[in-house]
Design a protein around this ligand. Structure first.
Ligand code: DC
Length: 224
């Protein structure tokens, strides 16, 4: 079996793509890049600099002014640096979470992120996770997987995660926010969330993560 250079994993919020991507990368000895972190980093910087997230020109300048770098640790996990400072710990903050879908709609931001993601893809040995990896970033990836699950199941997963973090957010609110983010991801003009034509679609309702990883590994042999 020839090893594919890059594996694309896409899917909606809480479809399991990040954890599947991470385990798959560990299993193969690949690096893993959750591309949502890059959009989150730009959002964090905009909040720091006081740039209005709806101001497309302001956001375009912000991307030019700051140096975003993806660094891979020894274990293959990515950290995001802005102007040489590791901002990874801030990327799950609620204010970043709330703003990031708006930032991800801005063409200049997407162009800059996609260019970096492609260059990482060219280096090979990477599992790249996102919304548009199979459709836009790495259309030639030899293996593309689109993970999905019913919105209620995804909301349950996210709700449990948040409970684990000790937040008092209720299930109904989690469900509403998730539906809102789905809508923004699905309906945006550029690179909306959708499976690539040649992606394998895996519905993860009721499946455990290890089963999904084994299933993807079984696809590897068929993809090359
Ligand atoms: O996967 P996530 O929740 O970290 O993604 C954050 C936001 O970035 C979400 O609104 C979708 C968007 N995103 C994107 O548009 N394209 C990607 N390749 C990854 C994330």
């Amino acid at each position: 079996m020839t090893e594919p250079k890059a594996i694309a994993i896409d899917g909606p919020v809480a479809s399991g793509k990040t954890v599947v991507g991470r385990l798959l990368a560990q299993r193969l000895g690949y690096r893993v890049l959750d591309t949502g972190l890059m959009y989150r980093a730009i959002t964090w910087q905009a909040l720091e600099d006081g740039v209005d997230l709806e101001d497309r020109e302001g956001m375009a300048s912000l991307v030019e002014e700051h140096d975003l770098e993806v660094r891979f640790e020894d274990g293959g996990e990515a950290s995001i640096f802005l102007d040489n400072r590791d901002v990874t710990p801030y990327l799950r903050l609620p204010e970043v979470e709330q703003g990031v879908s708006r930032v991800a709609r801005i063409p200049a931001v997407r162009d800059a992120m996609v260019a970096r993601q492609r260059s990482i893809g060219r280096e090979g040995q990477v599992v790249m996770v996102g919304r548009d990896i199979g459709t836009v970033v790495l259309p030639d990836a030899p293996l593309k997987v689109y993970l999905t699950a019913a919105v209620e199941e995804r909301a349950q997963r996210r709700y449990k995660e948040l409970q684990g973090l000790g937040t008092g957010v209720g299930y109904e609110q989690v469900l509403r926010e998730l539906q809102q983010r789905d809508r923004l991801d699905l309906e945006r003009e550029i690179a909306p969330l959708r499976p690539a034509e040649d992606a394998t679609i895996v519905t993860t309702d009721g499946l455990n993560v290890r089963d999904v990883v084994e299933w993807v590994v079984s696809l590897l042999g068929k993809s090359t």
